[in-house]
Design a protein around this ligand. Structure first.
Ligand SMILES: Cc1cc2nc3c(=O)[nH]c(=O)nc-3n(C[C@H](O)[C@H](O)[C@H](O)COP(=O)(O)O)c2cc1C
Length: 184
């Protein structure tokens, strides 16, 4: 197989198109992030990376908490809107008719209309360059029961957009096998 060399800056794939809520009360804002990934199971830690020029950067610095909200494919327009407008200029909650739902541990509100929400507390941050990476300990997770089987995500109900090379994609084929199927 002949291969071509690409830029080291190319992203991993798939990435999520997740909406993060940051800040409390009237200061609560929403930002779309693709740089979101689980880095530890026990304790459960998720890393999110935010550019310091974002309005949301000041909020994560101030409050030290955030909620990861996963919108569905049907909510892609809201997801893109949140990722292209700034909380400096508009109230994204009001513009999109999204509802603040009280979280169970953190002060930051969850997005009621988005079916999967993970409450996180920042435990560490690393300044890399273009982005500051925040490591959030997941302190609670909530889901619409329609997406859950055996207390985790039901692969047959998966309905969340992926973000790959600037495009939103639907992961269509469903589960190809379960972890360990090769040794059965
Ligand atoms: C699909 C998508 C993924 C994005 N991922 C990131 C990201 O990982 N980190 C980041 O700093 N900005 C990311 N952005 C850009 C911000 O969401 C965007 O600049 C947003 O308008 C910032 O909002 P704010 O000014 O209210 O903080 C992404 C945007 C989109 C549409």
């Amino acid at each position: 197989m002949k291969k071509i060399k690409l830029s080291p800056k190319i992203s991993t794939f798939p990435m999520p198109a997740a909406v993060i809520s940051i800040g409390t009360g009237e200061e609560a804002n929403l930002i779309t992030l693709a740089y979101v990934g689980k880095v530890c199971f026990d304790p459960p830690i998720i890393a999110v990376s935010i550019q310091p020029k974002r309005f949301s950067y000041k909020l994560i610095e101030k409050f030290g908490e955030f909620v990861i909200n996963y919108p569905t494919i049907e909510q892609l327009r809201e997801t893109d809107y949140i990722g292209t407008r700034s909380g400096r200029d508009i109230n994204k909650w009001k513009e999109l008719n999204l509802t603040k739902e009280k979280a169970s541990v953190v002060q930051v509100p969850m997005v009621k209309e988005f079916p999967w929400n993970m409450e996180c507390k920042v435990i560490k941050k690393v300044e890399f360059g273009s982005h500051v990476c925040y490591f959030g300990k997941v302190v609670a997770t909530h889901s619409d029961p329609n997406y859950v089987k055996n207390e985790t995500l039901d692969p047959d109900k998966f309905n969340f957009p992926a973000y790959i090379a600037g495009n939103y994609l639907e992961l269509k084929k469903g589960a190809l096998g379960t972890h360990g199927f090769s040794v059965d």
